[in-house]
Design a protein around this ligand. Structure first.
Ligand code: URA
Length: 439
């Protein structure tokens, strides 16, 4: 079939029946969806067929290429040094990019970071950053390159012209139940990352209840798929599989996650969040050619935090991207909703379950995420998780504090966490953070 003879109904039928779409057909679909000649309902049907039947390697390569070239592609060749980025497949309380990018940039790696918004029950780096008053994350390619040349780091997102196919498909997947699919996640992430003209990429592939991949085997398949796409484009990709059974750190929200990120930049912060931030940071410094070994990289990261260079870099990013630096210097100025509700332990014992998915859904219901494509985020609400897996609690101890703006939303959020915490009568081991690595 020549491109002018493609029929979307026929192409949906091919995928629905387990067939293979040609490179030309996939290219036509992406171009036509971006120029709005394919409507959302047909694209949703195709996404569901891909979700159910998967994609062959050659289809995935063609889809990723078509998405990558659906808009502008950055050319970072004029900026000296290796360009490295990090991307997470999405989790609850996963604010790692926010302290990580300034820490690694302070050590000399160039980071053209393009992050996403919240998807389903998971939070998004862009939404979190925008809780800093005035902070912008959408730039034209020219402005993005100006900021990168000035600061060696940008915390941005896709603009209308960078990988527009992913921006449109990502929002449609969120609203059509087609997010947790290996080909759809890998083409989404890798099209954005390849458009950044990177030398190296570190992936944090989340596994468990709060992740899109629920088992280590599924996560490994996703990681291997993305490492393979990187290799075929000459970009070194290293993937870490990390635990997402429970939220990362203590804060789940938007402004509250900025506050917790600042703790890490100040040399403090919860142990699990600090562990993943340094794990990924070490790899980025090695991929960026700044350190030869992970030990050397660790020493550089520790120094960047202890000397204040990492925090200073974050201030520079915030002020260059229009954000109010006073909110960073004094995180108490970040938005906080007026009301709090404390959820308490019903009995003595050890926490055996602190479910990331249910807590993520509760955060969305509070207003911290979007229930529809168009919904606005309330940056001031969130959940502070006090008791995590392995902790011992007494009856009446606080399990979590809900910071909320509206009673009905609190009720809806509490409904989501009815079984989120389970307390057993015997001690429970702490969960390992790092589950595997693929290179
Ligand atoms: N992050 C992305 O950028 N895309 C996905 O599909 C999932 C997580």
């Amino acid at each position: 079939m020549s491109p002018s003879h493609f029929s979307m109904v026929e192409l949906i039928g091919i995928k629905r029946d387990g067939g293979i779409l040609s490179d030309e057909a996939l290219q036509w679909i992406i171009t036509s969806y971006v120029d709005k000649s394919i409507p959302d309902y047909q694209m949703s049907a195709l996404l569901m067929a891909i979700f159910l039947n998967g994609m062959a390697d050659e289809e995935l390569a063609a889809l990723t290429q078509a998405m990558l070239h659906s808009g502008d592609v950055l050319d970072c060749s004029t900026i000296p040094g290796k360009k490295v980025d990090k991307h997470s497949t999405g989790g609850v309380g996963d604010k790692v990019s926010i302290p990580l990018a300034p820490m690694v940039a302070a050590c000399g790696v160039v980071i053209p970071m393009m992050s996403g918004r919240g998807l389903g029950h998971t939070g998004g780096t862009r939404d979190k950053l925008e809780s800093i008053h005035g902070m912008k994350t959408a730039f034209t390619p020219d402005r993005f390159m100006e900021l990168l040349a000035a600061n060696n780091v940008v915390l941005g997102g896709q603009s209308a012209t960078l990988v527009p196919a992913d921006r449109l498909i990502y929002a449609l997947r969120d609203a059509s139940g087609t997010v947790p699919s290996v080909p759809l996640i890998s083409s989404s992430i890798m099209s954005k990352k390849l458009a950044e003209d990177l030398d190296g990429l570190v992936l944090d592939v989340k596994v468990g209840s709060g992740a899109f991949m629920k088992t280590v085997d599924d996560a490994r398949l996703l990681a291997e798929t993305m490492v393979g796409i990187g290799a075929s484009h000459g970009t070194t990709v290293v993937a870490y599989l990390t635990n997402m059974e429970q939220p990362l750190g203590h804060e789940v929200g938007n402004a509250s996650e900025i506050r917790e990120s600042i703790e890490v930049l100040r040399g403090d912060g919860p142990a699990d969040l600090v562990e993943i931030t340094y794990l990924l940071g070490r790899e980025m410094l090695v991929l960026g050619g700044i350190a030869q070994t992970h030990d050397e990289a660790q020493a550089l990261l520790v120094d960047a935090v202890a000397s204040g260079k990492a925090f200073e870099t974050f201030r520079t990013i915030v002020s260059s991207q229009g954000g109010d630096v006073a909110m960073i210097d004094d995180p108490g100025l970040l938005p906080v909703a007026d009301h709090t509700h404390v959820l308490r332990a019903p009995t003595d014992g050890w926490v055996r379950r602190c479910d990331a998915l249910e807590i993520g859904i509760a955060s969305v219901r509070l207003g911290g995420g979007r229930e529809t494509k168009e919904a606005a985020i309330d940056p001031s609400v969130g959940i502070t998780v006090h008791a995590k897996i392995g902790d011992s609690v007494r009856a009446g101890d606080a399990l979590a504090t809900f910071t909320y703006a509206e009673n009905e939303k609190l009720e809806a959020a509490l409904g989501a966490v009815e079984t989120a915490w389970q307390i057993g009568t015997t001690p429970v081991k702490n969960q390992p953070i790092l589950l595997d690595e693929i290179r």
